[in-house]
Design a protein around this ligand. Structure first.
Ligand code: ADP
Ligand code: MG
Length: 694
């Protein structure tokens, strides 16, 4: 139940006088349907008319108020041309007031020749002329007190003018209540932040220049409120999970030691730490929900296998869920190799196997003779039952929905869950999107792994590239060639995989192959097999080339029209090579001229192989003024905290939230009750439901 103190904020905007349905729907498209949405429709700027400047010091583009004398009206030659009113300031400089489609009678009354007026608006310069198009205000000198000195500027839509919006938001602000303070007093003081309602008021309606200058603090306050609400909700969800009874899985280590000894390499410290985090979670008496994030080729599979073996040692079953058939098979093979000496059977469950083979696998899973299960979505189907599932591992978690993860977990009881991703997640997103999870990073390069040498080249040099590729193939090299689309369309000049495949087939004959998302799974597999075996040396593909795919012999990656791909995506694609110990290369072909952001992306790739660093850069490049909420994850959308605020304030909000939950898990203290209002204000139903259920 929403606290009463917030009722008026959550009423529809039509509750404001003279807001009808037409205006309401315009407001709704712009800000949202409720009063609170108006409150959060923060001004994009404040027009400051305080300093009356003479035109000498006015910079074009700025908002000024200035006294002028009207000299004459210049009537337009045709109605398409504007009406010009020539004026001069006190120093004798000319300023043209420009009006499109204005009525003559109105203009001559507003600005009669010879009159002195205070005009206010944006100054523009054309050639040597200063202009003000449609001044915001025109006042007789005596009336200048009625001019608002500080005026909020809101983003608008057609049909909703600035004065209307200003009026409606003013009325909305009257409904903004004083709310009990949910922030830590010392923290507020330290930052010099105002109270919630004062911050809202100051941002929309600063009273004086001091308040205007204090705007960053008021905005930070609101951003922090929103971030704290988000982090608190996530911390409550996490805490609730960690206090839910689960099974304590404690193996004797026998299987794990065995495979560790058989490894042809030493585990990295990052792998050892990850394995330790995971086994502590599994031993703990609550359900594990841990995200393991490690760049492509950071050795996540081995960590997953260690976790699965811990479950088996404890006498239970473990399952690994992979997004595609191909990856499931690859994982089964890897896991079978790793566990060969243990005598444990690894079964594969996918949609492709049928008949007796399939029923035999399913029987083993159901009666508990199979302990390690690897599969695709088929694992989720009703036909797949487990005897005693205790751990699930979800590979490439972004390919699955949360409900799929939960559906699989529901096949056991108190199941521990490990989700893995090869997409390095910037710290800010880690805290927001994954804040309810525990996170482990695998951030160490595997020994012997070489960086992929990355170069960028204009497409004009395609022939050279193909010739060099021919030489590399002659030496036994294997290459991916990525194109942005499958098929060419008439309307643009995007390079298609089909066209490039035809072209490369003419050069390399049977050695060229093609794989893309519109082929059947069986056809894709067949092509991939031939690439793995070396029958195909150049594989033309779209981005459908599987994430996680491991063809160690492929050492060359060509990405065509690389400027069309995002940074993270380019890094993922590049990660398909450099997986063995032979030096690998990545060639970014681009169609000049590159715009600034594309140039930056390609530069970053040329200089860095570090996925985490690239992810941060990516967020920064895409960020800027963009709200975090604009990304497509569908998770918390921030309205008040932009990228910049999040970067500065999120960690503090995160720490504060963890502390609050540790001290006052049910939000019963005075501050806790205020924080409950914060959760309601930002509509964190996930957390509110938890609190309600006690
Ligand atoms: P990813 O994190 O992309 O899933 P994988 O688990 O597929 O990476 O590992 C990539 C390759 O590195 C595999 O061939 C694996 O056997 C190997 N590998 C894993 N750990 C190590 C290690 N500590 N030292 C050397 N090679 C390793
Ligand atoms: Mg993997």
């Amino acid at each position: 139940m929403r606290p009463e103190i917030l009722y008026r904020l959550f009423e529809p905007v039509t509750a404001i006088s003279r807001v009808g349905h037409r205006t309401a729907s315009l407001i709704s498209s712009l800000a949202g349907p409720r009063i609170v949405d108006l409150i959060w429709h923060l001004p994009t700027s404040i027009i400051n008319r305080q300093q009356l400047s003479d035109l000498e010091s006015a910079t074009p583009g700025s908002q000024v108020s200035v006294h002028v004398t009207v000299e004459r009206h210049r009537r337009p030659g045709t109605p398409r041309h504007p009406w010009r009113i020539v004026t001069t300031d006190d120093a004798g400089r000319k300023l043209d007031l420009v009006y499109f489609r204005a009525r003559e009678s109105w203009l001559t009354k507003l600005l009669p020749a010879g009159s002195r007026r205070l005009v206010s608006g944006r100054i523009e310069q054309f050639a040597d002329r200063l202009e003000m198009v449609h001044p915001d205000h025109v006042a007789a000198p005596g009336d200048s007190d009625s001019l608002p000195h500080l005026e909020p500027v809101y983003s608008l839509v057609d049909g909703l003018g600035a004065p209307t919006m200003q009026r409606i938001i003013s009325l909305a602000l009257e409904r903004n209540p004083e709310l009990p303070e949910w922030q830590d007093r010392a923290w507020l003081e330290q930052n010099g932040w105002p109270s919630w309602s004062d911050a809202v008021r100051r941002i929309h309606h600063p009273r004086d220049l001091d308040e205007l200058a204090g705007d960053p603090g008021a905005r930070d306050r609101l951003a922090f409120d929103e971030l704290l609400g988000d982090q608190l909700a996530l911390a409550l969800v996490r805490a609730r999970r960690r206090s839910t009874p689960g099974r304590s899985l404690r193996g004797d280590g026998s299987l794990r030691t065995k495979i560790t000894h058989a490894l042809p390499f030493r585990m990295t410290q990052a792998q050892v730490n990850a394995i330790r985090d995971i086994s502590l979670d599994m031993e703990a008496p609550f359900p594990m929900l841990r995200l393991l994030q490690g760049d492509v080729g950071s050795g996540k599979t081995l960590v997953a296998v260690q976790a699965m073996l811990a479950a088996v040692e404890a006498g239970h079953q473990a399952a690994l869920l992979a997004p595609t058939d191909l990856l499931a098979r690859q994982h089964r093979r890897t896991i079978a190799d790793l566990t060969r000496d243990t005598g444990i059977d690894v079964v594969l469950v996918t949609g492709r196997d049928r008949g007796a083979k399939r029923s035999a696998s399913l029987r083993g899973v159901a009666n508990g003779t199979s302990h390690l299960v690897v599969g695709t979505h088929a694992l989720l189907s009703e036909g797949t039952e487990f005897h005693d599932l205790a751990l699930i591992v979800v590979d490439e978690q972004h390919r699955f929905g949360v409900h799929q993860r939960i559906a699989l977990a529901a096949k056991g009881h108190s199941v521990d869950t490990l989700v893995m991703t090869a997409t390095p997640i910037p710290r800010t997103l880690q805290m927001t999107d994954y804040g309810g999870l525990d996170v482990t990073r695998l951030d160490e390069r595997l020994p012997g792994r070489q960086e992929v040498t990355t170069r960028a080249m204009p497409t004009g040099r395609l022939d050279e590239v193909v010739a060099a590729l021919g030489r590399a193939i002659g030496r036994g090299g294997r290459a991916y060639w990525i194109c942005p689309v499958i098929e060419r369309s008439e309307s643009d000049d995007t390079v298609s995989a089909e066209d490039r495949y035809r072209h490369l087939s003419r050069v390399f004959g049977e050695l060229a192959g093609l794989v893309h998302g519109r082929m059947s799974a069986a056809d894709k597999d067949e092509v991939m097999e031939r690439f793995t075996s070396g029958a195909i040396a150049v594989l033309v593909a779209t981005t459908a080339v599987e994430v996680g795919l491991d063809v160690g012999a492929a050492t060359i990656m060509v990405i065509e029209q690389a400027e069309r791909f995002g940074l993270a995506q380019l890094h993922q694609l590049r990660g398909r090579v450099g997986r063995g110990n032979t030096p690998s290369s990545c060639l970014l072909l681009y169609a000049p001229p590159l715009n600034e952001s594309a140039r930056r992306r390609l530069d970053i790739l040329r200089h860095s192989n570090d996925g985490f660093e690239i992810a941060e850069e990516d967020l920064r490049l895409r960020g800027g003024g963009e709200l975090l909420g604009a990304r497509q994850s569908g998770l918390p959308r921030f309205r008040l905290a932009d990228q910049h605020a999040a970067t500065r304030l999120l960690q503090a909000a995160h720490d504060d939230a963890r502390l609050i939950v540790a001290r006052d898990p049910d939000l019963k203290s005075e501050r806790g009750r205020a924080l409950t209002i914060l959760l309601h204000l930002f509509e964190r139903q996930d957390a509110i439901r938890l609190l309600a259920s006690g």
